[in-house]
Design a protein around this ligand. Sequence first.
Ligand code: NAD
Length: 265
Amino acid sequence: MKPQLVITGAAGRMGRRIVALAVESQDFTIAAAIDRKDHPDLGKDAGLLAGIEAINVPLSATFPKEADVMIDFSSPEAAESHIQHCIDNQSALVLGTTGLSQVHLDRAQVAARAIPVLVAANTSVGMNLLFSIVGKVAASLGEDYDIEIVEHHHRFKKDAPSGTALTLASNIAAATSRKYPECLVQGRSGKDAVRQAGTIGMHAVRAGDIVGYHEVMFSALGETVTLSHTAHSRDVFVRGAIRAARWLVAKEPGLYSMQDVLGLK
Ligand code: NAD
């Protein structure tokens, strides 16, 4: 039997591609395509909304009674109820929504005592490789290297800086004894904005339809080392999320990351 997959935020930019690529993968039965109660497309076939053939699953605001795994790319406001739903139904959860508060993250941690939960601000394989090396690079270069993170995303993105940029910064902080998030300086401006040693600068560019670009710059007097990642299409995140769901569904309750899925830990 294929695992039963629930997709939340199914009418969104990510959700539609998750529907399309989950069907293409043939690894899951789509148990439900969920969106908010007042979404104008409720009742329409989720496959047609995703630009593929009809899959006989209507976009709905009602959760199915049974499911094995949920992939959530919706909104932070919805995260709480989606986490609770997974606990109630003993379903695994891939939480890809970004902009989550500490309260949401604590909630995910508590949920992980009962169900397998994977929280990933970025589900791309390449970015997760960057997550795993960025701290080592910062530690090796040493404290004389100023660190600035610049991220570019499309004009529709709600949260800033991106969850990915924050993860990069937090990994650097953990590897270099910086205090996080106190070490962050966001969008430096003003007449007294001289760089302070030990800080990590964060800059969010929002423009057009940029899918996702992250750059971590390490700069000292005389040289700059830059690590960067470019996402060419949203499908890179979708394929990673589907890979994560396939992996997570067989796991014991616990809090997991893409690093676990990719064996990078
Ligand atoms: P979007 O606005 O296009 O889609 C969000 C969808 O969620 C919409 O259809 C909306 O109606 C729905 N939604 C809102 N509240 C809901 C609720 N209570 N219940 C069910 N559905 C609800 O946004 P998007 O570009 O698809 O991104 C969705 C989320 O995924 C964002 O948080 C984004 O930052 C994140 N994201 C994560 C990654 C990653 O790799 N983890 C990659 C891209 C985007």
